[in-house]
Design a protein around this ligand. Sequence first.
Ligand code: NAD
Length: 330
Amino acid sequence: MKTALVCGAGGFIGSHLVKRLKREGFWVRGADLKYPEYDETAADDFAQGDLRDVNFCKAIVDRRFDEIYQLAADMGGAGYIFTGENDANVMHNSATINLNMVDVASKNDCKRIFYSSSACMYPAHNQENPNAPVTNEASAYPANPDSEYGWEKLFSERLYLAYQRNMGMQARIARYHNIFGPLGTWTGGKEKAPAAVCRKVAESKNGRIEVWGDGEQTRSFLFVDECLEGTTRLMRSDFSGPVNIGSEEMVTINQLVRIVADIAGKKIDIDHIPGPLGVRGRNSHNALIREKLGWEPTQTLKAGLEKTYAWIESQVRTNKPKVVPQLQKV
Ligand code: NAD
């Protein structure tokens, strides 16, 4: 039986990944500070602990795993990453996790490791035109991410590639672009745009919701199932990356609101308010993934939003907001 370790298994993408690996027949160990918030974990074994602690990392890597997925990170949406208030924590916590995990895996003969980077590492100056953002993989340098979160991702990409060069590791690196779906954070300040819009539309009683900025900033969003398809294909391929895993269906935030309002069957007007925005435009660029994996995401944004809205609307209707456990300050 093949074995996999998923770091960040209590998080949104990690908990979905555990389920997928179980369906594929793997024995799976999950590791995280916390259990998944909205569902039981599907892992055979779940180690609750802090990946900033190298002894915890050593304890969970007690065998030769066939696949290690390192998804744990101190992260959140624009309200968490772009205010500047969490910069030291984001950099310290995520870098420490990556430094620990790649080294422990390498020393325990676990050669194949996946790392989830982010489109946030692309240079800010290439994403000023909302209609034509540049995010092909080669445009990463000269580097100029617009957040410390992006800088840490860039550093860690290089860290995994250095272990590949010098320590015989097989690194697999994806740059995720705005992943969304059911069972993701939808309230509390760390939620991303699709979840925030779904929640606001579901909660709206007066037909109005607030959106940060003028809503003309562009993004693309990828449904979590397709993210995992790309992730596992990359992991089992001969290609290291970094490679974009994202959708090329670019929309403005105002368009995103309209799609969600249609799904909800509500007439929604938008109040534009000041708030943290990130880059003006961002879209995935999928030429490299098409070339290297012969695959790219195909599901429409609307199809993913229908599933996500249905889940968030049921959370709004039936559940109290969950308390998100905070990491210890540096
Ligand atoms: P998430 O916040 O839901 O999951 C991350 C998990 O890491 C959380 O469960 C958290 O508890 C855990 N974690 C954080 N610090 C830890 C520590 N010290 N020890 C143990 N566990 C710790 O995020 P997600 O959306 O599932 O993202 C997974 C990965 O993908 C992250 O690396 C993220 O940066 C990357 N990514 C995500 C997106 C997206 O749109 N969701 C986009 C780009 C990149």
